[in-house]
Design a protein around this ligand. Structure first.
Ligand SMILES: Nc1nc2c(ncn2[C@@H]2O[C@H](COP(=O)(O)OP(=O)(O)O)[C@@H](O)[C@H]2O)c(=O)[nH]1
Ligand SMILES: [Mg+2]
Ligand SMILES: [Zn+2]
Length: 299
C-alpha cells in the first residue's frame, strides 16, 4: 500500500497541539495535529501534511524566516513565524506597560522583525500623555501611529499602506484594542472584543488563540492573546544588547571592553545617562533582563 502524497499548507490557527492549516493551492482549511509531544509550531509556519481522512498529520515544518516568541524559565510561548512586522498595540487606558513594550522591542530586534507602535484609543483625552510616554522610543526611531479603532474608516486609511502584502502580527496587552483593530481591518473576522472582567482578569471576551486572517488588500494580519509577562530567557547577553542599540553604541567608548555598565569606572553608558542622552529606564531594563536570564540558568 502506498503512502498518500504529502500536502503543503500554512498554519492559520493554533490550539495546543491542534492546528488549522490552510492548504495550498485551494486555501481549504484542514484540521491537523502533531505526533507525540511535539509542539513548537507557530501560526505562520509552512508545513507538510500527511492527509488522514478529513484531518492531517504534520510531518515537517519548512525553514522559517523568523520566529517571534517569549520565554519564561520553564516554557516558551510562540507568537508567530514568518512575519514581516510587529504591530505593537498600546493605549492610554488601561495604561500600557512600558516594560512590556521594551521587552517586545528586544524580542523583535533579536528576531530581526521591524516594529511599528500603534497608539490606540486616540479618542480618549489621556492619549496625549500616553504619546508623551512613547517619545523616548520615537527618538530612537520607532515609528508610532496614533489612531482610534472606533473609527474603522480612519484605521483602514492609516494602516492599509503599512499592511499591504505583508504578514503583520498584532501584539499587545489585553484591553489595548487589538481585536477591535482587527475587526476594523477584517470585518469577517468578527473577533470578540470587550472589557476584561474584573474578577481574576478572566475576560469572556479576550482572544485565547492566535489566528491568521487574510487582508482584503493582500497580506495577512495575525491576532494574538494578550500577555502580562514577557520573559526573554531565550536570548543570550549578546541578543539582549542588540535590543538596545543606543547602549551598544555608547558602549564602544567604555573603558573596559567587557564593561557591564553597572558601576565600572569609565563607563560611557552611565555617562550617557548622566548627560540625559540615554534613557535610565531602558538601561535599568537591560540590567534586569540580564539578571533574570542569569537566574533562570540556575533552575
Ligand atoms: N475609547 C476607545 N475604546 C476602544 C478603542 N479600541 C478598543 N476600545 C475598547 O477597549 C476594550 C478592549 O478592546 P479589545 O479590542 O477587546 O482589546 P484586546 O484585548 O487588545 O483585543 C473594548 O471595550 C473596546 O471597545 C478605541 O479606539 N477607543
Ligand atoms: Mg482580543
Ligand atoms: Zn559601560
Amino acid at each position: 500500500m502506498s503512502e498518500p502524497a504529502l500536502l503543503q499548507g500554512r498554519i492559520v490557527a493554533a490550539h495546543g497541539r491542534h492546528y488549522s492549516v490552510e492548504m495550498a493551492p485551494r486555501g481549504d482549511i484542514r484540521q491537523c495535529y502533531t505526533r507525540g509531544k511535539r509542539s513548537g509550531l507557530a501560526v505562520g509556519d509552512q508545513v507538510r501534511v500527511r492527509p488522514e481522512g478529513q484531518e492531517g498529520l504534520i510531518v515537517e515544518v519548512l525553514p522559517r524566516r523568523n520566529l517571534f516568541y517569549r520565554s519564561d524559565a520553564n516554557r516558551s510561548k510562540l507568537f508567530a513565524a514568518n512575519i514581516d512586522q510587529l504591530l505593537l498595540v498600546v493605549a492610554p487606558e488601561p495604561e500600557f506597560s512600558m516594560d512590556l513594550v521594551n521587552r517586545a522591542l528586544v524580542a523583535a530586534a533579536s528576531a530581526g522583525v521591524p516594529v511599528h507602535i500603534l497608539l490606540n484609543k486616540a479618542d480618549l483625552p489621556t492619549v496625549a500623555q500616553a504619546r508623551q510616554r512613547l517619545q523616548g522610543l520615537a527618538d530612537l526611531g520607532v515609528p508610532i501611529t496614533v489612531l482610534s479603532a472606533l473609527d474603522p474608516a480612519a484605521v483602514r486609511r492609516l494602516l492599509s499602506p503599512l499592511l499591504r502584502n505583508r504578514s503583520s502580527l498584532l501584539l499587545g496587552q489585553s484591553g489595548m484594542g487589538k481585536s477591535t483593530l482587527l475587526n476594523a481591518l477584517v470585518p469577517e473576522a468578527r473577533a470578540e472584543t470587550g472589557a476584561l472582567s474584573a474578577a481574576l482578569g478572566t475576560g469572556r471576551h479576550t482572544t485565547t488563540h492566535t489566528r491568521l486572517h487574510p487582508l482584503p488588500q493582500g497580506g495577512t494580519l495575525i491576532d494574538s492573546p494578550g500577555f502580562q509577562a514577557f520573559g526573554l530567557q531565550h536570548l543570550s547577553a549578546h541578543d539582549v544588547a542588540r535590543g538596545f542599540p543606543e547602549l551598544a553604541a555608547a558602549a564602544e567608548e567604555c573603558r573596559f571592553a567587557d564593561c557591564r555598565h553597572r558601576h565600572e569606572p569609565g563607563c560611557a553608558v552611565r555617562a550617557g545617562i548622566e548627560r540625559g542622552e540615554i534613557q535610565p529606564d531602558r538601561h535599568a531594563l537591560y540590567l534586569r533582563i540580564l539578571e533574570e536570564n542569569a537566574a533562570g540558568e540556575r533552575y
